[in-house]
Design a protein around this ligand. Structure first.
Ligand code: NAP
Length: 469
């Protein structure tokens, strides 16, 4: 038997998930000299790109152009895309093991973290991730509804997702029309009555997780004023000392921008974003739906590791709000037959090698990349070195891989299996047809694209386009 990774016996790899981390893993593998590799990338959606399509804010088109890099990877003849194929449903873990030497989990973090306060389940309280997926036309979320007849909304958390949510709520119809926001979301937001958006950070301005370009964007909104109370950005002595010690560029820029916002006179805009710091929700109040949010004022204290943590005081306030978006981080979800650390929301791993929690040893041929490997942190580019870290382990492991049964070890064998399970699977060429249809539909309305949000619509449009070709 020739060595795995040779022309005679290519290394067969399944990548589960088609977001940035999956594509970077594919790219690193395809770049290896002296390694012949056959990659199949699976996604349960018919469309690729993960959070680049379903997470990046619609008014951030530049960030989305990274998909061109993924298209280049996908054009490699050793790469295939199987969209609309779900692991655990259309193909089992055991079948993947039979057909591939190595499996890479690149499934991201598909749910949200919970606040754990009373009233969290009330109507009108939403995970920010649901709102994001809704306005980005994710097929699992197009039917969600958000009561935009409310005038005040709270966004809990001070990360970039919270910034995206607050900015979309505060954008004008004209601003949103220029984007590829889902058509139903554009219509709903056009009629939105939300005028006051409260961004609530549990720590101070010097500890905010958002980055400076996102903060500055608040100041550029056409129809929203930004309200920062000077007393809220006065640093406490612990924060002041940390800022002077660490000289973190993002923090310094954020503080300067917030100071500028605090000095700005109100411009009489229709909407207002109120940035509040050092407050935590203790309860979402309301009878049948959210009517108010009860907040406790926090102060900062130094933790043993030197970080500054929020500690509740005995001062409370209540903000009347009819909508709450909880934006305190994403959380990974377990895959069938794959080890999972439920507390951390990640697949236990060492440099991407999946670890069996019982034996503490690597599970042969299984790897993780991206948010399911390290948790929901970092920007898209963070996934490039992260994927390389995993791919280095994969390559190190190649000499010890057991041989596959020859009947299963071919691209044709997998294709036959998938055709029998999911005859409507979507190839990369199919996706490119859909992509063009979306852009053509957008052009008619002077928009960059109109996304399909329902899988049956995608499949129908695709079948029609292929018939006409
Ligand atoms: P994140 O950056 O981790 O921010 C989470 C926020 O939630 C933090 O402000 C955190 O405060 C707060 N939080 C956590 N638990 C809380 C609690 N119990 N009560 C109140 N607040 C709580 O997460 P994210 O915003 O979901 O973003 C995920 C990743 O995607 C980040 O790396 C982000 O930069 C990236 N992203 C980037 C962009 C972009 O580049 N434009 C856009 C979207 C997302 P503490 O700091 O006090 O823990």
């Amino acid at each position: 038997m020739s060595q795995v990774g040779s022309v005679e016996t290519p290394l067969r790899v399944a990548i589960i998930g088609s977001g940035p981390s999956g594509f970077y893993a594919a790219d690193w593998l395809l770049r290896q000299a002296n390694l012949v590799v056959q990659i199949d990338m699976f996604d349960r959606l018919p469309t690729p790109y993960g959070l680049v399509r379903g997470g990046v804010a619609p008014d951030h088109p530049k960030i989305k152009t990274v998909s061109k890099v993924y298209d280049k990877t996908a054009a490699n003849p050793h790469f295939r895309f199987y969209g609309y194929v779900e692991i655990g449903k259309d193909i089992s873990h055991a079948e993947l093991k039979a057909h591939y030497h190595q499996i890479v989990y690149a499934v991201g973090a598909q749910t949200d973290r919970r606040l754990g306060v009373p009233g969290e389940q009330l109507e009108g309280s939403h995970a920010a991730t649901e709102f994001v997926a809704w306005y980005n036309a994710h097929p699992d979320f197009h039917h969600f509804t958000f009561d935009l007849s409310q005038t005040s909304a709270a966004v809990i958390g001070n990360g970039n997702v919270a910034m995206d949510v607050a900015r979309i709520l505060a954008s004008s119809y004209e601003e949103l029309h220029r984007t590829d926001i889902a058509d139903y979301a554009l219509e709903a937001l056009e009629h939105s009555k939300v005028t006051d958006i409260y961004m609530l950070g549990r720590r101070g301005p010097a500890q905010a997780a958002f980055t400076n370009p996102e903060l500055k964007e608040f100041g550029e909104l056409e129809d929203a004023d930004i309200i920062v109370r000077p007393e809220d950005i006065d640093l406490d002595p612990l924060s002041q000392a940390a800022v002077e010690r660490e000289h973190d560029a993002t923090t310094l820029k954020n503080l300067a921008t917030l100071q500028e916002f605090a000095k700005r006179p109100l411009r009489g805009k229709t909407k207002r974003i109120h940035m509040r710091f050092l407050v935590s929700p203790v309860e979402l109040e309301g009878t049948n739906r959210v009517e108010a949010i009860k907040l406790v004022k926090n102060e900062l204290q130094a933790a043993p590791d030197g970080s500054l943590r929020a500690r509740a005081t005995d001062q409370f306030e209540t903000l009347p709000v009819g909508l709450v978006f909880r934006s305190i981080g994403y959380m990974g979800v377990a895959l069938p037959d794959v080890p999972f650390d439920a507390k951390g929301g990640v697949i236990p791993n060492e440099h991407g090698r999946v670890i069996d929690p019982a034996t503490k040893l690597p599970v042969q041929g299984e790897y993780a990349v991206g948010w399911i490997k390290r948790g929901p942190s970092g920007i898209i580019g963070t996934n490039k070195p992260d994927a390389l870290d995993t791919v280095n382990m994969m390559i190190e492991d190649v000499p010890n891989l057991p041989a596959l049964n020859s009947a299963d070890a071919s691209p044709e064998a997998v294709e036959m299996l998938i055709r029998s399970r999911q005859p409507e699977y979507v190839s990369y060429t199919d996706w490119q047809i859909l992509d063009k249809l979306e852009q053509d539909n957008g052009a008619v309305q002077g928009r960059p694209r109109i996304k399909f949000s329902r899988i049956p619509d995608m499949l129908e449009a695709l079948a029609k386009a292929k018939e006409q070709a």
